[in-house]
Design a protein around this ligand. Structure first.
Ligand SMILES: Nc1nc2c(ncn2[C@@H]2O[C@H](COP(=O)(O)OP(=O)(O)OP(=O)(O)O)[C@@H](O)[C@H]2O)c(=O)[nH]1
Ligand SMILES: [Mg+2]
Ligand SMILES: [Zn+2]
Length: 325
């Protein structure tokens, strides 16, 4: 299923976007906007959203049906009502991350993200091409991506460390870690003061990573045998957490299946950053990089500039995108 990105070009800072929003609300009434307060969506619970104001106070807000669905990380304008609040406008998004719900329908889950932290682990082992799919998504979203090999205490000689190393060679920031490591400064350094969303398969330890940074946060992690869902405290809704230094972490529910919807072969190729020197250099403009003569990409694989594993991964992702369309 798909984990896709829609993006508006990130030309504005979040603050600029908020300011401009005052002129361009979905409400269309500057007066009502003036009466509202700025806030950030911390989490969505069905038809309500937990909104945090500038002072850090949290209010459960109702949504207006004509508004786009607000998600964690969204800037909103809300007004107080009797016992709760009402969201009256959403600020223009810099970007938004989507994932499929249980019926396979794409839903937005996080907005205004600056770093996609792709978490993987020895258990559950990464699905084929999963990391590359996330990297295509990040590139497509114009968001930096970094990779975390978590649960390193479970590492066996299964090539995962080498895989992480290959991504580091491509210029991605990487980190190997596990929950037994008391020092979380490497993790904090990766995040600094940016807004980060953690993505990856269910059970790789995304929520556990947040818990290491924020031991006091009420975050649900770990096995709970009486629960039906294989005993996991699986994350069910994206939720935003603040770090003491200003960083913001959005935990997201893990995926079992993962695919990229609505992405063209050309966009997929752009998601493989080491391909870029070779793109557009094949003999045929519409080269599929399969059997065509004078294919610059395949030549780069032959001379070792592009790894065979990544090229295979590209072909597979492209094929599944074509199959899905
Ligand atoms: N051995 C080991 N287990 C870990 C580590 N980190 C987390 N776990 C365990 O892995 C299980 C899943 O951890 P979570 O943090 O809930 O995983 P998640 O990625 O948030 O999963 P979803 O919310 O379903 O997407 C829990 O039982 C954790 O205790 C680690 O570094 N080493
Ligand atoms: Mg979780
Ligand atoms: Zn080619």
């Amino acid at each position: 299923m798909a984990y896709t990105i829609t993006m508006t070009k990130p030309r504005l800072t979040h603050q600029q976007a908020r300011r401009i929003k005052a002129q361009r609300t979905q409400l269309g009434s500057a007066e009502a906007v003036d009466g509202g307060e700025m806030g950030t969506v911390v989490a969505r619970y069905g038809k309500q959203a937990l909104v945090e104001n500038a002072e850090g106070d949290r209010v459960l807000c109702h949504l207006r049906s004509h508004l786009e669905s607000p998600v964690a990380g969204d800037g909103v304008i809300w007004v107080r009502s009797e016992e709760a609040g009402v969201i009256i406008a959403i600020t223009e998004r810099l970007n938004v991350l989507h994932r499929p719900d249980i019926r396979g329908q794409l839903r937005p889950i996080a907005a205004n993200v600056q770093l996609l932290l792709i978490v993987f682990a020895p258990e559950p082992a990464p699905q084929p091409n999963l990391l590359d799919r996330y990297l295509v998504a990040a590139e497509h979203m114009s968001v930096e991506a970094a990779l975390i090999l978590n649960k390193a205490d479970l590492l066996k000689d299964n090539g995962l460390s080498q895989r992480l190393e290959r991504y580091a060679t491509l210029g991605y920031r990487t980190l190997t870690t596990h929950q037994g490591m008391s020092d979380a400064s490497d993790l904090a350094n990766l995040i600094r003061d940016s807004t980060v969303v953690l993505v990856g398969q269910s059970g790789v330890g995304k929520s556990s990573l947040i818990q290491r940074l924020l031991p006091d946060a009420s975050i649900r992690v770990g096995p709970l045998s009486e629960l039906a869902d294989k005993g996991r405290h699986t994350t069910t809704t994206a939720e935003l957490f603040h770090l003491p230094n200003g960083g913001r972490l959005i935990d997201s529910p893990g995926v079992r299946e993962f695919g990229l919807g609505h992405v063209t072969p050309a966009e997929i190729a752009l998601g493989f950053r080491e391909f870029s020197p070779f793109l557009g250099r094949c003999r045929f403009r519409d080269c599929h990089h399969e059997r065509e003569p004078d294919c610059a990409l395949r030549a780069a694989v032959t001379d070792g500039s592009i790894s065979e594993a990544r090229f295979e991964s590209y072909l597979q992702i492209r094929q599944s995108a074509l199959d899905a369309s």
